[in-house]
Design a protein around this ligand. Structure first.
Ligand code: HEM
Length: 295
């Protein structure tokens, strides 16, 4: 049995509150490799339980000469009048908890630890809506794999994971203006009881993304959370997998690259950002940063 496991916060259910931070390497710091390593090491010490998940982007991996198994090039598809943005940041942190005040304080701590080499590039606060619904009202996460299947989908043997993160902005007024059946057909499930609809159109989101319908099958562990910022609101879509492939396969079908049919979701929502990050595994209770040459 492997002595590695995945970061705890990935396997656990979504918390009541979340805070997403991204960081960029400060221009001019790329030459200070030892300082970069030290700040990553101190910030990573905060990832000791399920309250924080951390991932690293291409620039950090290249700078520290990390040999990971897959490329993190994000699929910025342009298809059927839809363009998927690829936006890159260097470190992604997902703080998880029950108290937004606590998350604020931990985020200051993480920012301070990284501060000598990295600056904050975005902060978004997320929350659980009801028992885990998207702001459209539909339950999100029903078909997530569970138990050993979840571990198999989300992690490599070394407990590493690839996360795809996108900030989707919803047009909730438009969605609310649609008839109930039309809404149900966008998702492919019935709002009233969350039952999957056999007669949903092929554009329905759950028909586009049915995980076992891909070759190879495209299982992933979704851990998305709604957010709202002033008048804007939507979903921070987050999915973990043992390679970047499942997300890419699904997104390709969502934008119509297989058959020209686009996902019903695009009628009321669009991604504003998109990036992959590599999430290291855990060994002896600590993040295993050996691939970043940090011990
Ligand atoms: C606005 C953004 C999105 C919203 C509101 C959304 C919402 C939902 C909802 C309500 C379900 C049905 C219940 C469930 O099984 O969770 C679902 C299923 C699913 N979604 Fe999304 N989703 C979004 C984006 C995405 C993206 C970008 C992907 C992948 C590229 C994706 C992959 C999946 C998968 C794999 C399923 C389960 C399909 C199955 O095997 O039945 N979703 N989503």
């Amino acid at each position: 049995m492997s002595e590695h496991s995945g970061q705890q916060g990935i396997t656990m259910d979504v918390p009541q509150h979340g805070r997403y931070l991204t960081f960029k390497l400060i221009a001019g710091e790329a030459g200070n490799i030892e300082r970069v390593k030290q700040s990553i090491k101190s910030a990573s010490a905060i990832v000791k339980d399920h309250s924080c998940v951390i991932g690293f982007g291409t620039q950090v991996l290249q700078l520290l000469d990390a040999k990971i198994d897959h490329s993190l090039v994000f699929p910025n598809f342009v298809s059927q009048g839809i363009s998927i943005p690829a936006t890159s940041d260097d470190i992604w942190v997902w703080l998880r908890g029950e108290d937004p005040g606590e998350l604020l304080h931990i985020s200051h701590q993480v920012s301070a630890e990284l501060g000598s080499c990295f600056e904050v590039s975005s902060i978004v606060d997320g929350f659980k809506f009801k028992e885990g619904r998207d702001l459209s009202g539909y339950v999100d996460g029903t078909e997530n794999p569970e138990g050993d299947d979840a571990v198999e989908a989300a992690f490599s043997d070394a407990g590493e994971s690839y996360v795809a993160v996108q900030k989707w902005q919803h047009n909730l007024e438009y969605f609310a203006s649609l008839k109930q059946q039309d809404q149900d057909h966008i998702i492919g499930r019935r709002l009233s009881d969350n039952e999957e609809l056999d007669d949903a159109p092929i554009s329905a989101h759950v028909k586009r993304t049915a995980q076992e319908s891909f070759t190879p099958q495209a299982f992933m562990l979704r851990r998305s959370m709604p957010y709202s910022e002033g008048n804007q609101a939507g979903l921070i879509f987050v999915c973990f997998a043992n390679s970047p492939m499942p997300f890419k396969q699904q997104l390709a079908r969502m934008v119509g690259r297989e058959d020209g049919v686009t996902d019903g979701l695009f009628r009321f929502s669009r991604p504003l950002t998109g990036a992959y990050y590599w999430c290291p595994g855990v060994k002896s209770g600590r993040l295993d940063l050996s691939k970043l040459s940090i011990d």
